[in-house]
Design a protein. Structure first.
Length: 307
């Protein structure tokens, strides 16, 4: 169990996870423990509010823990750690990468502002304080840069990214934007999933079936017929050795055919029903699935059940 946990925490070959954790630790350390203000007069810096000789109350230096910015940076570092852990144990997507990078940019910007803030303040008598930035601000900047690098290097899960794009296309189709959905789907299929992500071809089969259905729903009959034929050829190549799964994919293809050619779908299903009944018997799930779809399409097309 612990070996598995350590393997997941290692972040694989990409250094993004150690960068995210290490950078967050540096930012929190700088914000909570290290000095941000140096120089001969560092001990005279007024943190928080102060009253000028003219009786005006104004804020003093914000840099470091005493001014509160250290706590804000520590909180941002905690958010970065939680994001990194989430991305490590769940497949990360573009949103997680963007959030991690934005948190790093926020910490970097805040650190730079605090470094620039050092040395702008006078003492209670109006004299100029001899100040310079100290180690805290620079360590915080270094940590923030590490978190930004982690966000940039965060590897996206290829299958998750494809699923998100597939869901986007499905959402467009559900809203009646069939042509837009088809364009999104065609863009997805233009870059097939690599063999390392789709070793058994399941992603290609799923995307091929959805592409054919979306083409049919978009009213492009000729292209839909071509897409169905291409999908069935892919099914034959990938699942030809498994009669049951091959039959299942063919029945689902008949459902797509029915969108633009109900009579053709019924003819196709008649052959699939005879095949299933002869091979497995009428009580088999494949036979029943073909029978149900045949009845569904027949009823929708003719306005009455087939029996």
């Amino acid at each position: 169990m612990w070996r598995l946990l350590l393997a997941r925490l290692s972040g694989g070959t990409s250094p993004w996870f150690p960068l995210a954790l290490g950078g967050s630790v540096l930012v929190a350390l700088a914000g909570l423990l290290l000095p941000w203000v140096g120089g001969p007069d560092a001990d005279r810096v007024v943190h928080g509010s102060r009253t000028t000789p003219d009786g005006v109350v104004e804020l003093g230096s914000r840099a470091g823990l005493q001014g509160g910015d250290g706590l804000l940076l520590a909180f941002a570092a905690l958010v970065a750690v939680l994001l990194a852990l989430l991305c490590r144990f769940r497949a990360p997507g573009p949103a997680q990468r963007t959030l991690l990078t934005l948190v790093g940019l926020l910490m970097l910007a805040w650190s730079i502002v605090d470094i620039a803030d050092v040395g702008r303040f006078a003492d209670a008598g109006g004299g100029e304080l001899r100040l310079r930035p100290s180690v805290g601000g620079f360590v915080s900047c270094l940590g923030a840069l590490a978190v930004i690098a982690a966000g940039v290097l965060l590897p996206l899960d290829p299958e998750t990214a494809r699923r998100r794009r597939l869901l986007r296309a499905a959402g467009l189709a559900d809203r009646g934007r069939h042509r837009d959905a088809l364009e999104e789907m065609q863009g997805l299929m233009a870059r097939p999933a690599p063999a390392t992500v789709d070793p058994d071809g399941e992603i290609r089969l799923r995307e091929g079936a959805i592409h054919a259905l979306m083409t049919a729903m978009a009213g492009q009959v000729d292209r839909a017929d071509q897409a169905v034929r291409a999908h069935l050829e892919l099914v034959e190549g990938l699942r030809g050795s498994d009669p049951e799964e091959l039959h299942h994919h063919r029945v689902e293809a008949a459902r797509t055919i029915a969108v633009y050619d109900a009579a053709g779908a019924l003819t196709f299903l008649d052959g699939l029903r005879r095949e299933a009944h002869g091979r497995w018997g009428p009580g088999h799930e494949r036979s029943q699935a073909a029978d149900r779809l045949h009845e569904e399409i027949f009823t929708a097309y003719y306005g009455r059940p087939p029996y």
